[in-house]
Ligand binder design. Structure first.
Ligand SMILES: [Zn+2]
Length: 373
């Protein structure tokens, strides 16, 4: 793609349909060189997660087909308003597209046809009706047939994002993509995690403090979720997981990007025996156990489960440090964490990224309503 971009600066039409190993880096090359591009077909390019490079670099784009680009982020599509000549946009099978895109589409000046289907857009959503009212000339095609292709792992051994693929990291990338699918299938109530747009080897996570103020009265809700109340209730802590190219043979490292007073947090590192930081910590301090709890059979889901349990284990302290020194700092840490804006991802106060899975909250609300009645 780099050669095409350098050799064909006057390119007007390009189809990379089914090139499922193409990454964001390939689109960056096209976006930076091919200013005259009018038609781009990226169907079934499963590893592309962002279209920003095309939006920034191809002002003459008229037709963009993103069919089955399952992992492309909705935020990156918002930038397509820069393509003032865009007439045709196909986002069928882009699973992260929601009603929010429809609000942005209103501002796409030349758009004549929008292809939807297999997205998170509600069939009769308010946003869809509003778009039909404000842009009556826009043809909206909603396809219900077909299905989002369940990517065979073999087709996904490239990175999602801009990570260059090498023989050394291809096995790790394959494992990380498998882990990503596992998380999507079995989301956890208190942890969310996704890889960053430009690399599969760095994931950002949100860890929710177990319990809430009102659940002190309605403790059955926590019992239902097999959780307990903790001093961290109401907090969202932002964490970065960094994976080595030798993953899953070697474990990742976890850095807490927000304050988290906890007996098992040392210098922004979480001291869990399945993380690489555990070994480093005890080697530096020459104390305590040196066991490594990591197994190459573990997945990101295993790490998230451990992180989720970790906040509930604040009572234990192997080094006998007085707990009061942590407890007194927790309220301020919660305040600070909830005000945190991440410099690397789109996580902001009131805009949690990666978002928590909605299914658990619906089940909680339903249970709450049933008990009140
Ligand atoms: Zn972040």
């Amino acid at each position: 793609m780099d050669k095409i971009a350098h050799g064909c600066p006057l390119l007007t039409s390009l189809s990379v349909k089914g090139c499922n190993l193409l990454t964001n880096q390939a689109l960056s090359s096209i976006g930076s060189r091919c200013k005259h591009l009018k038609t781009l077909n990226c169907s079934k390019c499963y590893c592309i997660t962002s279209i920003v490079a095309i939006a920034d670099g191809c002002p003459n784009l008229e037709e963009l087909i993103l069919t089955d680009c399952q992992y492309i982020t909705e935020e990156s599509m918002f930038t397509l308003d820069k393509c003032e000549k865009l007439k045709f946009l196909d986002v069928f099978g882009c699973r992260y597209v929601t009603d929010n895109l429809l609000k942005y589409v209103e501002d796409f000046p030349a758009l004549e046809e929008l292809q939807l289907g297999m997205n998170k857009i509600m069939d009769q959503s308010h946003a869809l009706k509003e778009l039909q009212t404000t842009k009556p000339s826009l043809r909206i095609v909603q396809t219900r047939q077909g299905r989002v292709v369940d990517n065979p792992i073999g087709a996904l051994d490239a990175s999602a994002g801009g990570t260059p693929i090498t023989p050394q990291n291809s096995s790790a990338l394959r494992s990380l993509l498998r882990d990503l699918k596992e998380i999507e299938k079995n989301p956890l109530p208190l942890v969310s995690a996704l890889p960053l747009e430009n690399t599969m080897f760095v994931w950002h996570c949100n860890l929710k403090g177990p319990g809430t103020c009102f659940t002190r009265r309605f403790s059955f809700i926590l019992t239902h979720c097999r959780l307990e109340n903790t001093p961290y209730a109401g907090a969202i802590f932002h964490i970065q997981l960094t994976f080595p190219s030798t993953y899953p043979s070697t474990p990742p490292s976890a850095t807490i990007l927000t304050q988290l007073p906890h007996p098992h947090v040392h210098n922004d590192k979480i001291c869990l025996d399945i993380l690489s930081d555990f070994q480093t910590y005890f080697e530096e301090n020459k104390t305590g156990p040196r066991t490594r709890g990591w197994s190459s059979a573990y997945t990101v889901q295993t790490i998230l489960l451990q992180l989720q349990a970790f906040l509930m284990e604040y009572k234990e302290n192997s080094e006998g440090r007085p707990l009061d020194q942590y407890l007194s700092k927790i309220p301020q840490a919660i305040k600070t964490a909830n005000q945190f804006s991440c410099p690397t991802c789109s996580h902001r106060p009131g805009q949690t990224w990666p978002p928590f899975h909605v299914r658990y909250y619906l089940s909680l609300c339903m249970l709450f309503l049933i008990m009140l009645c």
